[in-house]
Structure formats: structure tokens, C-alpha cells
Design a protein around this ligand. Structure first.
Ligand SMILES: NC(=O)c1ccc[n+]([C@@H]2O[C@H](COP(=O)([O-])OP(=O)(O)OC[C@H]3O[C@@H](n4cnc5c(N)ncnc54)[C@H](OP(=O)(O)O)[C@@H]3O)[C@@H](O)[C@H]2O)c1
Length: 252
């Protein structure tokens, strides 16, 4: 009986599934939502060790909440389709879905092979599509947040496949908001200069930041504040919050 009461109390906390949550922005979101009382389903692909360490740290800091890790390669539709059922079987209904995982590789249109296009479209668009659809089927009162990119405002082709996929994800955000209201709100966050790609150092973002209105990279804080705003404003749906220091206005 004691064990059932403990489980009951843990289930009182709502569950969020965050894709690509083991590292970088996804990890910052996981830490932030754990602090706000959420149970967190930490999805990962290659970063099993980081995911496990994050779950252990969160369990220690927030013993009354549940933190579990779920591996799935979002390049494969089968494992993607199994993800929400796996999380809800282990943690109860999923109340919030954050589509954060992505691949971000440069190539202009003329160098974009169909394989390269497929990879970017599958991880950055098809996987969020599947998860959004399956989330809506199991949830009667929830929130979806899609991580997009300020690049969707322009037609620069240096990251052509990535940008096309994120443009499609923004349209999906609007369409899902239209179909799933009033019970599910669907919004997006568009980061700009946040964290340098793993292979670059801080000077990469500092140089680019000289050309945007705010003249500095944003880090993760603006994203977390936007997430809080989405959570608190229960009339907000189908919206995109830019966290880009004005980059969407154009480069100076
Ligand atoms: N960083 C920025 O400055 C910036 C700027 C604009 C927009 N954004 C957007 O913000 C979000 C987070 O950015 P980030 O830089 O933190 O992302 P990231 O480090 O590039 O990628 C996040 C995670 O995506 C997961 N992932 C990649 N391929 C996968 C696959 N096939 N299956 C499952 N998971 C896969 C990886 O998980 P594993 O490590 O477990 O393999 C990775 O850790 C992304 O949607 C990105 O487009 C970021």
C-alpha cells in the first residue's frame, strides 16, 4: 500500500517528453522543467551516457518526481512511433511534448543529395509530425512546443535541407494548433545564436553576433523564458516566439 501511495504521488506530477534531451538546449530545458515540478522523459539517440547521468542527477535533486531515459533513432519511423506509447506505459500520460532533437548540417541546394535531404526532413520534420500526431491521440489536455530556428524567416540556402525542414515544422505547428484546440495548445520557439555547433568555439557566435541588433549571442535563458511564457499563457496557440536578439529583422 505504501508503495502505491508513493507511485500515486509521483504520478501527480505531469510528464513532459523532450526529444534530444541529453545535451545542450534539450538538457537545459529538462533541468528547467524538472525544477518546475515536471516528470521528465529524456529522449536520446547516441548520448546514452549523458542521458543516464542527467536522469541520475535529476532523481537526486527532485526525489518526488520521475525521470526516465528513452533511446530512439528518429531516423526510423518505427522507433519514433513507439516512443509515446513507451513513455506513457512507463510514466503515465504525456502532458507536454517538446520537439527539440535535430540535425543541422550545411549544404547549398546544388550539393544537397536526396539522402542528405531525407535525413534532415526525417529527423527535423517527419519525427515531430509522428510525435505530434501520437501525442494528440493520447492526450486530452496538453501542450506541444516545437524548436524551430530564426532561419525560417529568410531564404538563404547555406543550410538548405535543414531550413526547408524547419519551415515545414512551423507550418505543421500552425496546422496542429488549428486542429487540436481547445484542449491542446501548439506553439514554437525560434532560437537564433544560442550555442555554437559542437565543433566550433565561442568566437564563432561572437563574430556572427556583431551583425544582429542585440550584438551578443543569447544562450539558453531566452528559450527557457519563452517556454515559461508559453506555459503560463493559456490563450496562446499557433504562435512562434523568436529568441534571436532581433536576427529575424535582418543582418546589419
Ligand atoms: N544551437 C543553436 O544555436 C540553435 C539555433 C537555432 C535553432 N536551434 C534549434 O534548437 C534545438 C536544439 O538545438 P541544439 O543545438 O541543442 O541541438 P543539437 O545539439 O544539434 O541536437 C540535439 C539532439 O538531437 C538529437 N538527434 C540528432 N539526430 C537524431 C536522431 N537521428 N535520432 C534521435 N535524436 C537525434 C541528438 O541526440 P543524441 O546526442 O542523443 O544523439 C542531439 O543531442 C534544435 O531543434 C535546433 O534546430 C538551435
Amino acid at each position: 500500500l505504501g508503495c502505491c501511495i508513493v507511485l500515486q504521488e509521483k504520478i501527480m506530477h505531469k510528464t513532459v517528453l523532450i526529444t534530444g534531451a541529453a545535451r545542450r538546449i534539450g538538457k537545459a530545458i529538462a533541468n528547467h522543467l524538472a525544477m518546475k515540478g515536471w516528470n521528465v522523459a529524456i529522449h536520446f539517440n547516441n548520448s546514452a551516457d549523458d542521458a543516464g547521468k542527467l536522469a541520475d542527477t535529476l532523481r537526486e535533486s527532485f526525489p518526488e518526481q520521475i525521470f526516465e531515459i528513452f533511446g530512439a533513432d528518429l531516423m526510423k519511423n518505427g522507433p519514433t512511433e513507439e516512443l509515446i506509447p513507451r513513455v506513457s506505459a512507463q510514466m503515465g500520460p504525456v502532458s507536454m511534448l517538446i520537439n527539440n532533437a535535430s540535425v543541422f548540417e550545411p549544404n547549398p541546394l546544388k550539393d544537397t543529395t536526396t539522402e542528405f535531404l531525407d535525413r534532415h526532413m526525417t529527423v527535423n520534420f517527419t519525427a515531430p509530425f509522428i510525435l505530434i500526431r501520437d501525442f494528440a491521440k493520447q492526450c486530452s489536455d496538453g501542450i506541444i512546443v516545437n524548436l524551430i530556428d530564426t532561419r525560417i524567416t529568410v531564404s538563404k540556402s547555406d543550410f538548405a535541407a535543414y531550413t526547408l525542414a524547419k519551415k515545414a515544422l512551423w507550418e505543421l505547428t500552425r496546422m496542429a494548433a488549428w486542429e487540436f484546440g481547445p484542449t491542446i495548445r501548439v506553439n514554437a520557439i525560434a532560437p537564433g545564436l544560442t550555442l555554437a555547433p559542437a565543433e566550433k568555439d565561442d568566437s564563432y557566435l561572437l563574430n556572427l553576433a556583431r551583425h544582429i541588433p542585440m550584438k551578443r549571442p543569447g544562450g539558453v535563458e531566452p528559450i527557457l523564458k519563452s517556454l515559461d511564457y508559453i506555459l503560463e499563457n493559456d490563450y496562446l496557440t499557433g504562435q512562434l516566439l523568436y529568441c534571436d536578439g532581433g536576427e529575424n529583422l535582418g543582418y546589419t
